[in-house]
Design a binder for this molecule. Structure first.
Ligand code: ZN
Length: 157
């Protein structure tokens, strides 16, 4: 496993649409492992493949609910309610902003074995699913921020 370089806003790959994954390969398996490692190292709760420079529809999420979600070719099939809260992105370091998202979503995807799954998420998980799926379309949360993008103060020890 290896930590990959996280692309930051301004890098054009973050604005490109990603291609579907058609088969699982050793390379893709390694990419998924690296994405988790990179996300944990950076302290994030989700990461999309274009954030490490790969234009494929792959998302990893860990909102500390005991699961490591891998979503390949994800498609949000249901949304319900709304939530407004603070959101950030590993590709927009040091910033956060208020974003309104559905409170509950249902997403259809393939897992790391290319088997179809349907995942339901509420609150933070719903927010993470929406945020990461947007990355696969070349969209960033900064497009949706209500009001100003704010600087995140580094926490003092
Ligand atoms: Zn992001």
């Amino acid at each position: 496993m290896a930590i990959r370089q996280i692309r930051v806003i301004g890098d054009e790959i973050l604005r490109k649409e990603c291609k579907p994954v058609t088969e699982m390969t050793d390379r893709t398996r390694e990419l998924i492992e690296d994405m988790f490692e990179t996300m944990y190292e950076a302290g994030g709760v989700g990461l999309a493949a274009p954030q490490v420079g790969i234009r494929r529809q792959i998302v990893v999420i860990d909102v500390e609910d005991g699961n490591q979600y891998v979503l390949i070719n994800p498609e949000i099939i249901e949304m319900e309610g709304s939530q407004t809260g603070s959101e950030g992105c590993l590709s927009v370091p040091g910033k956060s902003g208020q974003v309104t998202r559905p409170n509950k979503v249902k997403v259809k995807a393939l897992d790391e074995n290319m088997e179809e799954i349907v995942l339901e998420g509420e609150e933070l998980l719903a927010r993470a699913i929406c945020h990461e799926c947007d990355h696969l379309k070349g969209e960033l949360y900064v497009d949706l921020v209500e009001g100003e993008l704010m600087d995140v103060q580094a926490e003092e020890e």
